[in-house]
Design a protein around this ligand. Sequence first.
Ligand code: 4AD
Ligand code: MG
Length: 440
Amino acid sequence: MSLLPTTSIANIAGHVGQTVTLAGWVYNKTEKGKLVFIQLRDGSGTIQCVTFKKQVSEESFAAAQQLTQEASCRIIGSVRTDERAPGGFEIDVQEVQAVGASHDYPISPKDHGVEFLMEHRQLWVRSAKQHALLRVRAEVIAAAQEWLNSQGFVRFDSPILTATAAEGTSNLFATDYFDLGKAYLAQTGQLYVEAGMMSFGKVYCFGPTFRAEKSKTRRHLTEFWMIEPEVAFATHEDNLVLQQNFVSAIVQRVLERRGEDLKTLERETSVLERCQPPFPRISYDDALKLIEASQGEVEGATPIPWGEDFGAPHEQLIAAKFDRPVFVERYPAAIKAFYMEPDPDRPEVALCADLLAPEGYGEIIGGSQRIHDPLLLEQRIRDHGLNIDDYQWYLDLRRYGTVPHSGFGMGIERAVAWITGTRHIRETIPFPRMLYRIYP
Ligand code: 4AD
Ligand code: MG
């Protein structure tokens, strides 16, 4: 015998008038005399199941009465349309089979603090809002990969345990690696996808990345997921066009397929609907001027001298000037990673861009054209105080058939936070890892 349901709630519309078996958990339950109303959720949706004492066996009615919040059960009943029901359908119950009990479920409908909910993350993921958020996350990931696949990209997985730093040496997680010294958890897969790019032309990696960031902000995780495309013969210009098409395709697919979830999250969607190419661009230099001219508009967005990086308030201010995501391009090379190609007309700036999301969500993409000249790359590695021996394999990519090339990395959680309108990034991943959280 199989315990599988015959129908998932999401497909209930195709079963009106039929008897179906549902299997799931009790979201809510109310009793009224001879009636027990069970809000059943099965992961695909929620539906009200009406148990009428006269229409079921004594065992079934007792089972229905004993159900509590988040108890699991199987329900057999017939599907009926009901205009007053939230989804438009209800179940007239014929049989209730209890499966797993749930006594004193810790998360009640009343308001809990976020710390309490985070301590119970393993249960919190069942709640309607968290469920919608993580659904959108899954859609963003699927959309990103499928869009790249449709454009001829090949997925090329990069290692998590690495011998080298790629995004600075200050935020590395280190571990002992047998007799070979230290290994570091990957901050990015980029250097490795560059090898893949020389084999396949267009590649991407997708996986968890790690930064031992001591920052306790609403935008930083120590473990986050990044998707990183890399394209041979692509210039900085080509890179920006790819990014705007990529981001728009993902956002439009979420609008098309996850409208219900966005509604659950009370997301204002007009800003998402506007997310169409081309995206506006502003240079780092002009962004400095904009900040200078907009003093007092955003708290903390005080003018900064040329050569310094933006803080969150600066990014918020810049983004607020545009109605869709905006590229900030050509940052001072000195504040960016060692591998970025200098602008040939102005070597003090790099051919790079950060994509800032609207509404204060900040940077969701970092990308650049890469240095393809072996001597310049070697120089930059030394200038950054990195050990040249660790990068011989990477320099080989420039020694054998080097080409101009570009790529970028989009942080999944930052993108999901923006798309869903979630203030804090910690809710956009099933089990967030932060400075002060590694449980559960
Ligand atoms: O700008 P970043 O550091 O760029 C890179 O790692 C490049 N190697 C990517 C590439 O060109 N292939 O990080 C890229 C993105 C950021 O824009 C942000 O979305 C996300 O990764 N990110 C983080 N997300 C959550 N928590 C953190 N601590 C993050 N650090 C970066
Ligand atoms: Mg960045």
